[in-house]
Structures are given as structure tokens and as C-alpha cells.
Design a binder for this molecule. Structure first.
Ligand SMILES: [Zn+2]
Length: 79
């Protein structure tokens, strides 16, 4: 997957490892299942991914894995 086209027209690159446009996160409920030493590969499977558009700062969250379309969230600030 080379990238996704943001609604602003910018293409958010997706192929780099590590990807400077990508952030990983986990819900507090899911994280609560972990304690002590953590297997990073196992943790990775529970992480959600979001991409940040560097042009418009919109974020795209993959709530249901990469096989499903991400949900866009637009920055809400007055300029
Ligand atoms: Zn954008």
C-alpha cells in the first residue's frame, strides 16, 4: 500500500518502516490486559493505527484493520 489520498489532495505515504506519518495507539481497556514484561509483537497486534496528513493535519484512523477503510477526523481550530 503506497499511500492514501487525503481529502485535501495530499497523499499520505504508507510504505516506510518506521512511518513518520503513522501513530499507534491502544484503548485503556485493551492495555489493561497487559502487565509485566510485554511481548512487543503481541502488543502490536492490539494496536490501532492512525495516519496524520502533514498538509491539513487531518487524521485517518484504522479502527478495523488495514482491510477496512480508515475514518477521517478533521482538525477543529479557528485560524
Ligand atoms: Zn490532508
Amino acid at each position: 500500500m503506497p499511500g492514501i489520498k487525503c481529502k485535501c489532495g495530499n497523499v499520505i505515504k504508507f510504505g516506510e518502516i518506521p512511518n513518520s506519518n503513522e501513530w499507534l495507539f491502544i484503548s485503556d481497556v485493551e492495555y489493561d490486559k497487559y502487565s509485566g514484561n510485554v511481548d512487543s509483537e503481541k502488543l502490536y497486534m492490539d494496536l490501532k493505527s492512525m495516519l496524520i496528513c502533514q498538509k491539513c493535519k487531518r487524521i485517518w484512523i484504522y479502527w478495523n484493520g488495514y482491510d477496512n477503510a480508515p475514518t477521517p477526523y478533521k482538525l477543529d481550530v479557528d485560524n
